[in-house]
Design a protein around this ligand. Structure first.
Ligand code: AHR
Length: 517
Protein backbone atom coordinates (compact mmCIF):
# COMPACT_ATOMS: atom_id res chain seq x y z
CA UNK A 1 0.00 0.00 0.00
CA UNK A 2 1.45 3.37 -1.04
CA UNK A 3 1.51 6.10 1.63
CA UNK A 4 0.88 9.74 0.79
CA UNK A 5 0.81 12.79 3.06
CA UNK A 6 -0.80 15.97 1.80
CA UNK A 7 -0.68 19.33 3.57
CA UNK A 8 -3.14 22.08 2.74
CA UNK A 9 -2.57 25.45 4.37
CA UNK A 10 -5.29 28.13 4.37
CA UNK A 11 -2.71 30.82 3.59
CA UNK A 12 -1.07 29.10 0.62
CA UNK A 13 -3.24 29.62 -2.43
CA UNK A 14 -2.51 29.78 -6.17
CA UNK A 15 -5.36 31.90 -7.52
CA UNK A 16 -9.11 32.03 -7.71
CA UNK A 17 -10.40 29.15 -9.85
CA UNK A 18 -10.69 30.54 -13.40
CA UNK A 19 -14.04 29.04 -14.34
CA UNK A 20 -13.11 29.10 -18.04
CA UNK A 21 -10.70 26.27 -17.23
CA UNK A 22 -13.63 23.90 -17.68
CA UNK A 23 -14.10 24.61 -21.34
CA UNK A 24 -14.86 22.33 -24.25
CA UNK A 25 -14.74 22.39 -28.02
CA UNK A 26 -17.22 21.85 -30.87
CA UNK A 27 -15.64 21.52 -34.30
CA UNK A 28 -17.30 20.88 -37.63
CA UNK A 29 -15.57 17.55 -37.72
CA UNK A 30 -16.96 14.04 -38.03
CA UNK A 31 -20.17 13.76 -36.01
CA UNK A 32 -19.52 16.44 -33.40
CA UNK A 33 -22.04 18.89 -34.86
CA UNK A 34 -24.10 16.73 -37.23
CA UNK A 35 -25.80 13.91 -35.24
CA UNK A 36 -23.86 15.16 -32.21
CA UNK A 37 -25.34 18.41 -30.95
CA UNK A 38 -27.59 18.91 -34.01
CA UNK A 39 -29.84 16.36 -35.64
CA UNK A 40 -33.15 17.57 -37.07
CA UNK A 41 -35.70 14.79 -36.99
CA UNK A 42 -34.13 12.97 -34.04
CA UNK A 43 -36.87 12.06 -31.53
CA UNK A 44 -35.08 14.13 -28.86
CA UNK A 45 -34.40 17.16 -31.10
CA UNK A 46 -36.37 20.37 -30.71
CA UNK A 47 -37.85 22.35 -33.62
CA UNK A 48 -34.39 23.84 -34.29
CA UNK A 49 -32.76 20.41 -34.54
CA UNK A 50 -30.89 20.77 -31.22
CA UNK A 51 -30.67 17.39 -29.51
CA UNK A 52 -32.11 17.85 -26.04
CA UNK A 53 -30.74 14.52 -24.78
CA UNK A 54 -27.21 15.67 -25.65
CA UNK A 55 -27.86 19.13 -24.18
CA UNK A 56 -28.95 17.52 -20.91
CA UNK A 57 -25.66 15.64 -20.68
CA UNK A 58 -23.70 18.76 -21.64
CA UNK A 59 -25.33 20.75 -18.82
CA UNK A 60 -24.63 17.89 -16.42
CA UNK A 61 -20.97 17.82 -17.49
CA UNK A 62 -20.76 21.57 -16.96
CA UNK A 63 -18.47 23.10 -19.58
CA UNK A 64 -18.30 26.85 -19.03
CA UNK A 65 -17.03 27.97 -22.44
CA UNK A 66 -17.07 26.20 -25.82
CA UNK A 67 -14.65 26.89 -28.67
CA UNK A 68 -16.17 26.84 -32.18
CA UNK A 69 -16.07 26.04 -35.19
CA UNK A 70 -12.53 24.57 -35.32
CA UNK A 71 -9.90 23.25 -35.20
CA UNK A 72 -8.35 22.52 -38.54
CA UNK A 73 -11.78 23.09 -40.09
CA UNK A 74 -11.69 26.82 -39.39
CA UNK A 75 -8.56 27.40 -41.49
CA UNK A 76 -10.55 26.84 -44.70
CA UNK A 77 -13.95 28.09 -43.50
CA UNK A 78 -15.96 31.07 -44.72
CA UNK A 79 -18.13 32.09 -41.79
CA UNK A 80 -20.57 33.82 -44.17
CA UNK A 81 -21.49 30.38 -45.60
CA UNK A 82 -23.07 29.44 -42.29
CA UNK A 83 -25.44 32.42 -41.88
CA UNK A 84 -28.68 33.42 -43.60
CA UNK A 85 -31.59 31.25 -44.79
CA UNK A 86 -30.45 27.62 -44.70
CA UNK A 87 -31.70 26.91 -48.24
CA UNK A 88 -29.39 29.63 -49.58
CA UNK A 89 -26.26 28.38 -47.84
CA UNK A 90 -23.64 26.79 -50.10
CA UNK A 91 -22.56 23.17 -49.75
CA UNK A 92 -18.75 23.14 -49.66
CA UNK A 93 -15.93 20.69 -49.42
CA UNK A 94 -13.93 20.84 -46.19
CA UNK A 95 -10.32 20.13 -47.08
CA UNK A 96 -9.17 19.74 -43.47
CA UNK A 97 -11.21 16.58 -42.82
CA UNK A 98 -12.05 15.75 -46.43
CA UNK A 99 -15.78 15.97 -45.88
CA UNK A 100 -18.84 17.64 -47.35
CA UNK A 101 -20.02 20.60 -45.27
CA UNK A 102 -23.70 21.42 -45.80
CA UNK A 103 -23.55 24.58 -43.69
CA UNK A 104 -26.98 23.73 -42.25
CA UNK A 105 -25.45 24.62 -38.88
CA UNK A 106 -23.59 27.91 -38.49
CA UNK A 107 -22.98 30.81 -36.14
CA UNK A 108 -26.61 31.67 -35.33
CA UNK A 109 -27.39 28.04 -34.59
CA UNK A 110 -24.31 27.74 -32.39
CA UNK A 111 -25.28 30.85 -30.43
CA UNK A 112 -28.77 29.37 -29.92
CA UNK A 113 -27.22 26.10 -28.78
CA UNK A 114 -24.79 27.86 -26.41
CA UNK A 115 -27.66 29.60 -24.63
CA UNK A 116 -29.35 26.25 -24.05
CA UNK A 117 -26.06 24.68 -22.98
CA UNK A 118 -25.38 27.61 -20.63
CA UNK A 119 -21.89 28.16 -22.00
CA UNK A 120 -19.87 31.13 -23.20
CA UNK A 121 -18.99 31.18 -26.92
CA UNK A 122 -15.29 31.19 -27.88
CA UNK A 123 -15.17 31.91 -31.61
CA UNK A 124 -12.20 31.04 -33.81
CA UNK A 125 -11.49 33.02 -36.98
CA UNK A 126 -9.90 31.75 -40.17
CA UNK A 127 -6.32 33.01 -40.49
CA UNK A 128 -5.38 30.15 -42.82
CA UNK A 129 -7.00 31.25 -46.08
CA UNK A 130 -8.40 34.58 -44.90
CA UNK A 131 -7.27 37.66 -43.04
CA UNK A 132 -7.84 41.06 -41.50
CA UNK A 133 -10.94 42.09 -43.42
CA UNK A 134 -13.00 38.94 -42.80
CA UNK A 135 -11.93 38.95 -39.16
CA UNK A 136 -13.13 42.48 -38.47
CA UNK A 137 -16.33 41.86 -40.47
CA UNK A 138 -17.13 38.86 -38.27
CA UNK A 139 -16.65 40.87 -35.07
CA UNK A 140 -18.93 43.58 -36.46
CA UNK A 141 -21.50 40.94 -37.49
CA UNK A 142 -21.45 39.29 -34.07
CA UNK A 143 -21.08 42.20 -31.69
CA UNK A 144 -22.07 45.54 -33.22
CA UNK A 145 -25.56 46.65 -32.11
CA UNK A 146 -26.92 47.68 -35.55
CA UNK A 147 -27.06 50.38 -38.21
CA UNK A 148 -24.04 49.10 -40.15
CA UNK A 149 -23.72 46.67 -43.05
CA UNK A 150 -22.64 43.58 -41.09
CA UNK A 151 -24.69 44.19 -37.95
CA UNK A 152 -27.84 44.79 -39.99
CA UNK A 153 -27.18 41.59 -41.87
CA UNK A 154 -27.08 39.75 -38.53
CA UNK A 155 -30.45 41.28 -37.60
CA UNK A 156 -31.91 40.33 -40.98
CA UNK A 157 -30.56 36.77 -40.80
CA UNK A 158 -31.74 36.41 -37.21
CA UNK A 159 -35.24 37.46 -38.29
CA UNK A 160 -35.20 35.14 -41.33
CA UNK A 161 -34.04 32.07 -39.41
CA UNK A 162 -35.92 32.72 -36.17
CA UNK A 163 -32.63 33.05 -34.29
CA UNK A 164 -31.17 35.86 -32.20
CA UNK A 165 -31.06 39.31 -33.78
CA UNK A 166 -29.44 41.08 -30.82
CA UNK A 167 -25.64 41.32 -30.69
CA UNK A 168 -24.10 37.97 -29.73
CA UNK A 169 -21.63 39.72 -27.40
CA UNK A 170 -18.82 37.23 -28.07
CA UNK A 171 -15.89 38.17 -25.84
CA UNK A 172 -13.37 35.43 -26.58
CA UNK A 173 -11.76 35.05 -30.01
CA UNK A 174 -9.06 32.69 -31.29
CA UNK A 175 -6.79 34.18 -33.94
CA UNK A 176 -6.73 31.06 -36.11
CA UNK A 177 -5.77 27.47 -35.33
CA UNK A 178 -2.49 25.50 -35.31
CA UNK A 179 -0.87 27.61 -38.02
CA UNK A 180 2.54 26.24 -37.02
CA UNK A 181 1.47 22.83 -38.39
CA UNK A 182 2.37 21.82 -41.97
CA UNK A 183 -1.02 20.04 -42.17
CA UNK A 184 -2.88 23.28 -41.56
CA UNK A 185 -4.54 24.97 -44.53
CA UNK A 186 -2.61 28.23 -44.83
CA UNK A 187 0.31 27.04 -42.65
CA UNK A 188 2.67 29.92 -41.90
CA UNK A 189 6.05 30.71 -40.47
CA UNK A 190 6.01 32.32 -37.03
CA UNK A 191 6.85 35.72 -38.53
CA UNK A 192 4.15 35.46 -41.19
CA UNK A 193 1.57 34.39 -38.61
CA UNK A 194 2.74 36.88 -35.98
CA UNK A 195 2.29 39.84 -38.31
CA UNK A 196 -1.10 38.65 -39.55
CA UNK A 197 -2.32 37.95 -36.03
CA UNK A 198 -1.15 41.37 -34.85
CA UNK A 199 -2.93 43.23 -37.64
CA UNK A 200 -6.09 41.11 -37.32
CA UNK A 201 -6.13 41.69 -33.57
CA UNK A 202 -5.74 45.44 -34.07
CA UNK A 203 -8.57 45.61 -36.60
CA UNK A 204 -10.87 43.40 -34.49
CA UNK A 205 -10.31 45.51 -31.39
CA UNK A 206 -11.03 48.67 -33.41
CA UNK A 207 -14.51 47.23 -33.95
CA UNK A 208 -14.99 46.09 -30.35
CA UNK A 209 -12.33 46.93 -27.78
CA UNK A 210 -13.91 44.72 -25.11
CA UNK A 211 -12.94 41.44 -26.80
CA UNK A 212 -10.19 39.10 -25.58
CA UNK A 213 -7.84 37.51 -28.09
CA UNK A 214 -5.91 34.25 -28.20
CA UNK A 215 -2.81 33.99 -30.39
CA UNK A 216 -1.91 30.58 -31.78
CA UNK A 217 0.85 28.76 -29.89
CA UNK A 218 2.41 25.42 -30.76
CA UNK A 219 0.27 22.48 -31.84
CA UNK A 220 2.21 20.31 -29.40
CA UNK A 221 5.36 20.28 -27.31
CA UNK A 222 6.89 17.95 -29.92
CA UNK A 223 6.72 20.50 -32.75
CA UNK A 224 10.24 21.32 -33.99
CA UNK A 225 9.40 25.02 -33.70
CA UNK A 226 8.04 24.81 -30.12
CA UNK A 227 9.50 27.64 -28.06
CA UNK A 228 10.77 29.76 -30.91
CA UNK A 229 7.24 29.86 -32.37
CA UNK A 230 5.80 31.29 -29.15
CA UNK A 231 8.69 33.72 -28.78
CA UNK A 232 8.37 35.10 -32.32
CA UNK A 233 4.57 35.22 -32.33
CA UNK A 234 4.47 37.02 -28.97
CA UNK A 235 7.21 39.41 -30.05
CA UNK A 236 4.79 40.58 -32.75
CA UNK A 237 1.54 40.37 -30.82
CA UNK A 238 2.29 40.84 -27.11
CA UNK A 239 0.50 44.20 -26.80
CA UNK A 240 -2.57 43.10 -28.78
CA UNK A 241 -3.38 39.68 -27.35
CA UNK A 242 -4.51 38.37 -23.99
CA UNK A 243 -3.59 34.69 -24.33
CA UNK A 244 -1.38 32.31 -26.24
CA UNK A 245 -2.76 28.86 -26.97
CA UNK A 246 -1.43 25.43 -26.09
CA UNK A 247 -2.57 22.09 -27.52
CA UNK A 248 -1.68 18.60 -26.23
CA UNK A 249 -3.08 15.13 -26.84
CA UNK A 250 -1.93 12.05 -24.95
CA UNK A 251 -2.23 8.33 -25.57
CA UNK A 252 -0.90 5.03 -24.31
CA UNK A 253 2.00 3.82 -26.45
CA UNK A 254 2.87 0.11 -26.81
CA UNK A 255 1.04 -0.92 -23.65
CA UNK A 256 3.10 1.45 -21.45
CA UNK A 257 0.19 2.43 -19.21
CA UNK A 258 2.44 3.56 -16.35
CA UNK A 259 3.98 6.35 -18.46
CA UNK A 260 0.59 7.22 -19.91
CA UNK A 261 -0.88 7.59 -16.43
CA UNK A 262 1.91 10.04 -15.58
CA UNK A 263 1.42 12.35 -18.60
CA UNK A 264 0.37 15.11 -16.19
CA UNK A 265 4.13 15.44 -15.60
CA UNK A 266 4.54 16.28 -19.29
CA UNK A 267 1.65 18.74 -19.18
CA UNK A 268 3.13 20.49 -16.12
CA UNK A 269 6.49 20.88 -17.89
CA UNK A 270 4.87 22.03 -21.14
CA UNK A 271 2.90 24.73 -19.28
CA UNK A 272 5.98 25.86 -17.32
CA UNK A 273 7.92 26.20 -20.60
CA UNK A 274 5.26 28.39 -22.20
CA UNK A 275 4.98 30.56 -19.06
CA UNK A 276 8.76 31.08 -19.19
CA UNK A 277 8.57 32.14 -22.85
CA UNK A 278 5.68 34.55 -22.25
CA UNK A 279 7.55 36.15 -19.37
CA UNK A 280 10.79 36.41 -21.35
CA UNK A 281 8.99 38.31 -24.13
CA UNK A 282 7.22 40.47 -21.56
CA UNK A 283 10.48 41.39 -19.85
CA UNK A 284 12.45 42.05 -23.04
CA UNK A 285 9.63 44.13 -24.52
CA UNK A 286 9.09 46.04 -21.26
CA UNK A 287 5.38 45.26 -21.47
CA UNK A 288 3.10 45.90 -18.54
CA UNK A 289 0.12 43.79 -19.66
CA UNK A 290 0.01 40.12 -18.74
CA UNK A 291 -0.48 37.46 -21.41
CA UNK A 292 -1.87 34.20 -20.05
CA UNK A 293 -2.49 30.75 -21.48
CA UNK A 294 -5.51 29.35 -23.25
CA UNK A 295 -4.97 25.56 -23.31
CA UNK A 296 -7.66 25.32 -25.91
CA UNK A 297 -7.19 21.72 -27.06
CA UNK A 298 -6.28 18.91 -24.67
CA UNK A 299 -7.40 15.34 -24.19
CA UNK A 300 -6.55 11.68 -24.57
CA UNK A 301 -6.57 10.85 -28.29
CA UNK A 302 -5.56 7.52 -29.79
CA UNK A 303 -4.25 9.02 -33.00
CA UNK A 304 -5.61 6.34 -35.27
CA UNK A 305 -7.41 8.90 -37.38
CA UNK A 306 -10.16 8.20 -39.77
CA UNK A 307 -11.68 4.72 -39.62
CA UNK A 308 -8.81 3.42 -37.49
CA UNK A 309 -5.97 4.45 -39.78
CA UNK A 310 -2.72 5.55 -38.18
CA UNK A 311 -2.41 8.99 -39.74
CA UNK A 312 -4.92 11.38 -38.22
CA UNK A 313 -4.33 14.04 -40.81
CA UNK A 314 -4.36 11.66 -43.80
CA UNK A 315 -8.11 11.47 -44.22
CA UNK A 316 -8.41 11.76 -47.98
CA UNK A 317 -8.54 8.07 -48.81
CA UNK A 318 -12.12 7.56 -47.65
CA UNK A 319 -13.60 9.94 -50.23
CA UNK A 320 -15.98 12.86 -49.72
CA UNK A 321 -18.60 12.11 -47.09
CA UNK A 322 -21.04 14.08 -44.95
CA UNK A 323 -20.41 13.88 -41.19
CA UNK A 324 -18.48 10.59 -41.27
CA UNK A 325 -17.53 8.67 -38.16
CA UNK A 326 -14.10 10.17 -37.40
CA UNK A 327 -11.83 9.53 -34.38
CA UNK A 328 -14.65 8.33 -32.13
CA UNK A 329 -12.39 7.05 -29.37
CA UNK A 330 -13.87 4.91 -26.62
CA UNK A 331 -12.46 5.91 -23.24
CA UNK A 332 -11.54 3.38 -20.58
CA UNK A 333 -11.02 3.59 -16.82
CA UNK A 334 -7.30 4.17 -17.51
CA UNK A 335 -8.11 7.05 -19.86
CA UNK A 336 -10.48 8.59 -17.30
CA UNK A 337 -7.77 8.56 -14.61
CA UNK A 338 -5.43 10.31 -17.07
CA UNK A 339 -8.11 12.89 -17.93
CA UNK A 340 -8.55 13.52 -14.18
CA UNK A 341 -4.84 14.05 -13.64
CA UNK A 342 -4.57 16.34 -16.70
CA UNK A 343 -7.32 18.45 -15.15
CA UNK A 344 -5.27 18.52 -11.93
CA UNK A 345 -2.32 19.89 -13.88
CA UNK A 346 -4.47 22.60 -15.48
CA UNK A 347 -5.98 23.59 -12.14
CA UNK A 348 -2.58 23.69 -10.40
CA UNK A 349 -1.57 26.29 -13.02
CA UNK A 350 -4.78 28.29 -12.69
CA UNK A 351 -2.88 31.52 -12.04
CA UNK A 352 -1.58 31.43 -15.64
CA UNK A 353 -3.72 28.90 -17.50
CA UNK A 354 -7.02 30.70 -17.31
CA UNK A 355 -8.83 29.06 -20.24
CA UNK A 356 -8.77 25.37 -21.20
CA UNK A 357 -10.91 23.41 -23.63
CA UNK A 358 -11.17 19.67 -23.64
CA UNK A 359 -11.29 18.55 -27.28
CA UNK A 360 -13.96 17.74 -28.24
CA UNK A 361 -17.46 17.67 -26.71
CA UNK A 362 -19.53 15.06 -28.57
CA UNK A 363 -18.51 11.95 -30.55
CA UNK A 364 -15.13 13.20 -31.79
CA UNK A 365 -12.60 12.25 -29.04
CA UNK A 366 -15.37 13.20 -26.67
CA UNK A 367 -16.74 12.55 -23.18
CA UNK A 368 -20.27 12.36 -24.63
CA UNK A 369 -21.28 9.93 -27.36
CA UNK A 370 -24.46 9.84 -29.41
CA UNK A 371 -25.89 7.77 -32.22
CA UNK A 372 -27.91 9.13 -35.14
CA UNK A 373 -31.53 8.39 -34.30
CA UNK A 374 -30.33 6.68 -31.12
CA UNK A 375 -29.26 7.43 -27.57
CA UNK A 376 -26.58 9.64 -26.04
CA UNK A 377 -24.38 8.48 -23.17
CA UNK A 378 -21.46 9.41 -20.90
CA UNK A 379 -18.00 8.01 -21.52
CA UNK A 380 -15.80 7.16 -18.52
CA UNK A 381 -13.87 10.41 -19.06
CA UNK A 382 -17.09 12.39 -18.52
CA UNK A 383 -16.88 11.96 -14.75
CA UNK A 384 -13.65 13.72 -13.70
CA UNK A 385 -14.60 16.69 -15.87
CA UNK A 386 -18.17 16.85 -14.55
CA UNK A 387 -17.15 16.64 -10.89
CA UNK A 388 -14.27 19.08 -11.20
CA UNK A 389 -16.39 21.60 -13.07
CA UNK A 390 -19.12 21.32 -10.42
CA UNK A 391 -16.89 21.41 -7.34
CA UNK A 392 -13.71 23.38 -8.12
CA UNK A 393 -14.75 26.75 -6.72
CA UNK A 394 -13.10 29.53 -4.75
CA UNK A 395 -9.33 29.42 -4.26
CA UNK A 396 -6.95 26.88 -5.80
CA UNK A 397 -4.83 25.61 -2.91
CA UNK A 398 -1.08 25.14 -3.10
CA UNK A 399 -0.61 21.55 -1.92
CA UNK A 400 2.48 19.98 -0.41
CA UNK A 401 2.36 16.34 -1.50
CA UNK A 402 4.71 13.73 -0.12
CA UNK A 403 3.74 10.56 -1.96
CA UNK A 404 5.18 7.11 -2.44
CA UNK A 405 6.46 6.64 -5.97
CA UNK A 406 5.43 4.55 -8.94
CA UNK A 407 7.96 3.71 -11.68
CA UNK A 408 7.53 4.85 -15.29
CA UNK A 409 9.72 4.32 -18.34
CA UNK A 410 9.17 7.86 -19.63
CA UNK A 411 9.42 10.00 -16.47
CA UNK A 412 11.31 7.81 -13.99
CA UNK A 413 9.71 7.46 -10.54
CA UNK A 414 6.68 9.74 -10.16
CA UNK A 415 4.29 10.40 -7.28
CA UNK A 416 1.72 7.63 -7.21
CA UNK A 417 -0.83 10.03 -5.76
CA UNK A 418 -1.48 13.17 -7.76
CA UNK A 419 -3.69 15.78 -6.10
CA UNK A 420 -5.19 19.23 -6.26
CA UNK A 421 -7.76 21.06 -4.14
CA UNK A 422 -9.93 24.15 -3.98
CA UNK A 423 -11.44 25.97 -1.01
CA UNK A 424 -14.52 28.12 -1.25
CA UNK A 425 -14.69 30.19 1.92
CA UNK A 426 -18.18 31.46 1.09
CA UNK A 427 -19.77 28.02 1.02
CA UNK A 428 -17.31 26.54 3.51
CA UNK A 429 -16.42 23.70 1.16
CA UNK A 430 -13.09 22.21 0.34
CA UNK A 431 -12.89 19.98 -2.74
CA UNK A 432 -10.03 17.50 -2.95
CA UNK A 433 -9.23 15.71 -6.21
CA UNK A 434 -6.99 12.63 -6.09
CA UNK A 435 -5.59 10.29 -8.73
CA UNK A 436 -3.88 7.05 -7.76
CA UNK A 437 -1.66 6.42 -10.78
CA UNK A 438 -0.35 3.10 -9.53
CA UNK A 439 -1.97 0.13 -11.23
CA UNK A 440 -0.72 -2.31 -8.61
CA UNK A 441 -1.10 -0.68 -5.21
CA UNK A 442 -3.84 1.08 -3.34
CA UNK A 443 -2.88 4.24 -1.45
CA UNK A 444 -3.39 5.42 2.12
CA UNK A 445 -3.62 9.19 2.05
CA UNK A 446 -3.63 11.52 5.03
CA UNK A 447 -4.54 15.16 4.54
CA UNK A 448 -3.36 17.63 7.14
CA UNK A 449 -5.36 20.86 7.11
CA UNK A 450 -3.57 23.91 8.48
CA UNK A 451 -5.57 26.98 9.44
CA UNK A 452 -8.73 25.11 8.50
CA UNK A 453 -10.79 22.64 10.47
CA UNK A 454 -12.95 20.02 8.82
CA UNK A 455 -16.26 19.21 10.44
CA UNK A 456 -17.39 16.52 8.05
CA UNK A 457 -17.16 14.76 4.73
CA UNK A 458 -20.01 15.92 2.54
CA UNK A 459 -19.33 13.47 -0.30
CA UNK A 460 -16.61 11.02 -1.35
CA UNK A 461 -16.69 9.35 -4.75
CA UNK A 462 -14.31 7.18 -6.73
CA UNK A 463 -13.95 6.08 -10.33
CA UNK A 464 -12.04 2.83 -10.65
CA UNK A 465 -12.11 -0.61 -12.26
CA UNK A 466 -15.68 -1.92 -11.98
CA UNK A 467 -16.38 -5.31 -10.41
CA UNK A 468 -15.64 -8.02 -12.92
CA UNK A 469 -13.99 -5.52 -15.24
CA UNK A 470 -10.44 -4.47 -15.96
CA UNK A 471 -8.54 -1.27 -16.70
CA UNK A 472 -9.96 -1.26 -20.24
CA UNK A 473 -13.58 -1.27 -19.06
CA UNK A 474 -15.56 1.44 -20.83
CA UNK A 475 -19.08 2.70 -21.49
CA UNK A 476 -20.37 1.67 -24.90
CA UNK A 477 -23.68 1.78 -26.76
CA UNK A 478 -24.86 -1.57 -25.37
CA UNK A 479 -23.48 -1.02 -21.84
CA UNK A 480 -23.60 2.69 -21.15
CA UNK A 481 -23.08 2.66 -17.37
CA UNK A 482 -20.25 0.19 -16.84
CA UNK A 483 -17.85 2.87 -15.57
CA UNK A 484 -19.08 5.56 -13.22
CA UNK A 485 -18.59 7.06 -9.79
CA UNK A 486 -19.14 5.02 -6.65
CA UNK A 487 -19.06 5.98 -3.00
CA UNK A 488 -15.55 5.91 -1.58
CA UNK A 489 -15.94 3.82 1.55
CA UNK A 490 -12.78 4.21 3.57
CA UNK A 491 -12.83 7.87 4.56
CA UNK A 492 -12.64 9.44 8.01
CA UNK A 493 -11.49 12.49 9.96
CA UNK A 494 -9.40 11.90 13.07
CA UNK A 495 -7.90 14.72 15.16
CA UNK A 496 -8.48 17.11 12.29
CA UNK A 497 -6.64 14.91 9.80
CA UNK A 498 -8.51 13.38 6.86
CA UNK A 499 -7.69 9.74 6.16
CA UNK A 500 -8.70 8.13 2.89
CA UNK A 501 -7.89 4.86 1.12
CA UNK A 502 -7.72 4.94 -2.66
CA UNK A 503 -7.97 1.82 -4.83
CA UNK A 504 -5.19 1.20 -7.35
CA UNK A 505 -5.84 2.98 -10.66
CA UNK A 506 -8.50 5.39 -9.50
CA UNK A 507 -9.65 8.98 -9.57
CA UNK A 508 -11.49 10.32 -6.52
CA UNK A 509 -13.21 13.47 -5.36
CA UNK A 510 -14.02 14.44 -1.78
CA UNK A 511 -15.98 17.41 -0.58
CA UNK A 512 -15.42 18.54 3.01
CA UNK A 513 -17.13 21.07 5.21
CA UNK A 514 -14.40 23.33 6.56
CA UNK A 515 -14.04 26.58 8.42
CA UNK A 516 -11.17 28.79 9.50
CA UNK A 517 -9.44 27.22 12.51
O1 AHR B 1 -9.41 18.16 -32.21
C1 AHR B 1 -9.01 17.55 -33.40
C2 AHR B 1 -7.98 18.35 -34.17
O2 AHR B 1 -6.77 18.32 -33.47
C3 AHR B 1 -8.24 19.81 -34.38
O3 AHR B 1 -9.03 20.06 -35.49
C4 AHR B 1 -6.86 20.37 -34.57
O4 AHR B 1 -6.77 21.72 -34.15
C5 AHR B 1 -5.95 19.43 -33.82
O5 AHR B 1 -4.91 18.98 -34.62
Amino acid sequence: MTQARITIDRDFTVAEVPRRLFGSFVEHMGRCVYSGIYEPGHPEADARGLRQDVLKLVREMGPTVVRYPGGNFVSGYNWEDGVGPVEDRPVRIDGAWHTIETNAFGLHEFVEWSKEAEVEVMEAINLGTRGVDEARALVEYANHPGGTYWSDLRRKNGAATGTQQDPFGIKLWCLGNELDGPWQIGHKTADEYGRLAQESAKAMKLVDDSIELVAVGSSSRQMPTFGTWEHTVLSHTYEEVDYISMHAYYQEHDGDAASFLAEGVDMDAFIDGVIATIDAVKAAGKHSNQVNISFDEWNVWYQRGLDGEDQPHNVAKAGWREAPRVIEDTYSVTDAVVVGSLLHSLLRHGDRVTIANQAQLVNVIAPIRSEAGGPAWRQASFWPFARMSALAKGQIMQLAVDSGKTPTAKFGDVDAVDATATWDEQTGRLALFLANRSMEEGAEVSVDLRGLSASGVRSAEVLTIPEGGDRNSANVLDAQDTVGLKTLQEVGIEDGVLHVKLPALSWSVLELDVERA
